[in-house]
Ligand binder design. Structure first.
Ligand code: PLP
Length: 397
C-alpha cells in the first residue's frame, strides 16, 4: 500500500530527529545539557492550576470554536497593553501557536501556491506547508549581520504569480533577531506593493533585551487588512503543554475562513482555556522577571560563545535562541558526535543542527541553534563543553 506523497515529503522535525542519539547517550549514563529544544525550565505559574481547579464544570464540554468568550476578552485586555485594539470577534483561540500557523497558511494559500519565508525559520513552518501542499520560498538572512531582514529587492526577486504571503517570526526563532521598524516596514511595503498577506508570528513578543522592543505587524495601519498575527502562551508563561495560542486578524474574511477551519476541529481544551484566563491575569511584574532571567541567560551564553574562535554570530536581542556559524562541515554530524563520541567528565551538550531550519539546499550545514532554556551555571558549563567538543570535532576531521 502506498502512502500519500504529502506523508512521504513531510520533513521530520530537525529538533526531534536526533533524539534517539540522545536517548542512547543517556542510556550509557551521559549527562546531557539539552539546548536543542525550546522547552523552558521555568515553572508554569500556579495561577494556571488554580483557575483550572476553580472552573470545574459538571461536563467538560465543547466550547465555542473561536474559544471561550471570557478567554478572548482576557486576550483583548492583554493585547491592549501592547496598544493593539482588538475585539473578541477578531481572535480565534487555537491549539497552540502551531494550529494558528496552520490555519493562517491554509486561509491564504492553495496547494502549489508559494509563501515567502525569512530563512532560517521556525522549522515547523516547513511541516505545515508540506501538509497543505504549499511551497515555502526562502528569503535568506545571514549570521554575519545578525540575520537582519534584507532589502526589498531580495523579496521582489522571489515573488512570482503564485506568491500569496510572507511569514516570519519576530523575535525570531531560530536566530534571536528582533527586527526594527525599518526592517518590518520593508516587509509591509513589499506586501502592499505585491498584494501579499502577512503572517506575523509574535509568540516571543515579551522576550526582548537591551532596550529592543518587538513591534507588532498590527501596528502598520497600511497592511492591517492583510495581516494575521500568530500568537501563543507556550513560551510566555512556560506553558508549552497547555496548547493555547491565537489567530488574530482584523480582516473579517480571513477571520471567517479561519473560523471555518476552527469549527472543523471543534475547539481547544476547555480546561486549558479556563486555566489560561488565570495566566492572563499576570501583570508586567511577571513578564519583567522572566524577561530579565532570559536576558541573563543570553548574556551567559553570549560570553561563553565569544570565547570560541571562528564562531560567527551577533548578539541576539530576543526570543531565547542564538544561531551560530561554526567551522564544521555538517551540523548534524557535529551534533551526533557530541552525543555519541564526546563528553567532559561524563557530560555533553545537545544543540539543534540548523539545516532543518532552511529550505535552501545545503544551507545551515555549518550553523547550529542554541536554546538557552537552562539556568546560567548549566548554560555556561554546556557552552564550554560545546567549545571543547568543537575543537575535538575539527581536529578529528
Ligand atoms: C516561532 C514559533 N512559532 C510557533 C511555535 C509553536 O508554539 P506552540 O504551538 O507551542 O504554541 C513555536 C514553538 O517553538 C515557535 O518557536
Amino acid at each position: 500500500m502506498n502512502l500519500s506523497n504529502r506523508a512521504k515529503q513531510a520533513p521530520a522535525s530537525p529538533i526531534r530527529r536526533l533524539i534517539p542519539f540522545a536517548e542512547e547517550a543517556a542510556k550509557r549514563g551521559k549527562k546531557i545539557y539539552y539546548l536543542n529544544i525550546g522547552q523552558p525550565d521555568i515553572p508554569t505559574p500556579p495561577v494556571y492550576f488554580q483557575y483550572a481547579e476553580m472552573y470545574k464544570p459538571k461536563v467538560v464540554a465543547y466550547t465555542h470554536s473561536a474559544g471561550l468568550l471570557e478567554l478572548r476578552e482576557a486576550f483583548v485586555t492583554y493585547y491592549k497593553n501592547f496598544e493593539l485594539q482588538l475585539s473578541p470577534s477578531e481572535i480565534i483561540v487555537t491549539n497552540g501557536g502551531s494550529e494558528a500557523v496552520l490555519f493562517a497558511m491554509a486561509v491564504v494559500a492553495d496547494p502549489d501556491d508559494e509563501i515567502l519565508v525569512l530563512e532560517p525559520f521556525y522549522a515547523n513552518y516547513a511541516g505545515f506547508a508540506a501538509q497543505l501542499g504549499i511551497k515555502l520560498v526562502p528569503v535568506r538572512t545571514y549570521p554575519e549581520n545578525g540575520y537582519v531582514v534584507p532589502e526589498k529587492e531580495a523579496f521582489l526577486e522571489k515573488i512570482g504569480p503564485r506568491t500569496k504571503a510572507v511569514i516570519f517570526s519576530n523575535p525570531c526563532n531560530p536566530t534571536g533577531a528582533v527586527y526594527d521598524y525599518q526592517q518590518l516596514e520593508t516587509i509591509a511595503n513589499v506586501a502592499l506593493e505585491k498584494n501579499l498577506f502577512v503572517i506575523s508570528d509574535e509568540v516571543y513578543r515579551e522576550f526582548t533585551f537591551d532596550g529592543y522592543k518587538a513591534i507588532s505587524m498590527m501596528t502598520f495601519d497600511k497592511i492591517l487588512d492583510r495581516t494575521i498575527v500568530v500568537d501563543s502562551i507556550s513560551k510566555r508563561y512556560s506553558a508549552c503543554g497547555a496548547r493555547i495560542g491565537t489567530f488574530v486578524t482584523k480582516n473579517k474574511e480571513l477571520y471567517q475562513a479561519g473560523l471555518k477551519l476552527a469549527q472543523a476541529r471543534l475547539c481547544p481544551s476547555m480546561t486549558s482555556q479556563y486555566a489560561t484566563i488565570g495566566l492572563l491575569t499576570l501583570g508586567d511584574d511577571y513578564t519583567e522577571q522572566i524577561r530579565k532571567e532570559y536576558q541573563q541567560r543570553r548574556d551567559a551564553v553570549y560570553e561563553e560563545l565569544k570565547k570560541i574562535d571562528q564562531a560567527v554570530f551577533k548578539k541576539p536581542h530576543g526570543a531565547f535562541y542564538v544561531s551560530v556559524k561554526l567551522p564544521i562541515d555538517s551540523s548534524e554530524n557535529f551534533v551526533k558526535f557530541m552525543l555519541s563520541e564526546f563528553d567532559v567528565d561524563g557530560k555533553t551538550t545537545m544543540v539543534s543542527p540548523l539545516d532543518g531550519f532552511y529550505v535552501t539546499p545545503g544551507a545551515g550545514l555549518n550553523e547550529i541553534r542554541i536554546a538557552y532554556v537552562l539556568n546560567q551555571d548549566s548554560l555556561r558549563d554546556a557552552v564550554k563543553i560545546l567549545a571543547q567538543g568543537l575543537k575535538a570535532y575539527v581536529e578529528k576531521r
